[in-house]
Design a protein around this ligand. Structure first.
Ligand SMILES: [Fe+2]
Length: 293
């Protein structure tokens, strides 16, 4: 395997690997090491069935069957969720607006996410340029650069993450057709707290774990101070020096780890510019216990 760094704050490509077969332990270790070092890793020119995508992803950790994926799953492989704006016989074949806004997957969950694995099957293009890029921000670097007084204030503090925040943002700001969450849905996804700073399981570095999509409150601060601090943290981690944009090519597998990065799906394509991506969600229970989070 050959690792080609992007030269930016995040990102590398690994050439010469076939993800359709089980990885020998040394290769799996190499993938994890590269993921720790670069946060986002692209594997070009893969040829995977839904089952092979699931089996590759499962080598990185336990897979989550996403509650929002019902109706948008690979037949017979519920761990594989379909992200698409394609409509067949009047019915969407996938979730069309997933992840359009800066966030960390599953930060609203007791057990957080470790990684995402996406496989790009149909990538929209305009005038030869690929659309629907995935953007990332480096939360290890964002932590390292925090002013000393902010580090001091937030050390040992916890942040409340609420699934409904991103849902409502999609409804209000993005004109999504999502209905409001029902009382029962909100009860099934109560907000959860995690430390403001986590230790990255692959690098040992601290990360800022307070993403704009789900973080609603620093529990131990008065509301006004919490609001101001979150506003600062959201702006801080999205400074251009921490950003990296991954441009898709068809048959790319893109893997990112969710602890040292936040991400955003760029919505720059129309309903007739078709996109089809398959996705697995890898959880972090190999690295954290719920009571440490
Ligand atoms: Fe996401």
């Amino acid at each position: 395997m050959k690792v080609i760094p992007s030269g930016e704050s995040l990102g590398a490509a690994i050439e010469g690997m076939d993800l359709a077969r089980p990885l020998p332990p040394a290769e799996l270790e190499g993938v994890l090491r590269t993921l720790g070092q670069y946060g986002v890793v692209r594997f070009p020119r893969q040829q995977l069935t839904g089952r092979e995508l699931r089996d590759f992803s499962a080598q990185l950790g336990d897979l989550e069957i996403n509650v929002g994926s019902q109706g948008y799953q690979e037949p017979g492989v519920p761990e594989v969720m379909i992200l698409s704006n394609i409509v067949e016989n009047g019915r969407p074949i996938g979730l069309a607006d997933a992840g359009q806004g800066w966030h960390t997957d599953m930060s609203y969950s007791r057990m957080i996410a470790f990684a995402n694995v996406l496989y790009g099957i149909k990538i929209p293009k305009r005038d030869g340029t690929a659309l629907g890029a995935t953007q990332f921000a480096n939360t290890q670097a964002a932590y390292a650069d925090l002013p000393a007084d902010v580090k001091r204030v937030l050390e040992g503090k916890t942040v409340l993450h609420d699934f409904n925040k991103f849902w409502e943002m999609m409804r209000r700001e993005k004109g999504s057709k999502r209905p409001p969450l029902t009382e029962a849905q909100r009860k099934s996804k109560p907000p959860v707290s995690h430390p403001a700073f986590l230790k990255h399981p692959l690098t040992g570095n601290k990360v800022l774990y307070a993403n704009p999509g789900y973080a609603v409150r620093i529990n131990e601060l008065p509301e006004k101070e919490s609001d101001e601090m979150l506003e600062f943290l959201f702006r801080h981690q999205l400074q251009p020096k921490y950003l990296y944009t991954s441009h898709w090519q068809e048959r790319d597998v893109l893997v990112w780890e969710d602890i040292g990065t936040i991400h955003n799906a760029v919505a720059d394509y129309g309903p007739h510019e078709h996109r089809l991506v398959k996705r697995c969600q890898v959880m972090a229970n190999r690295y954290f216990r719920e009571d440490e989070l």
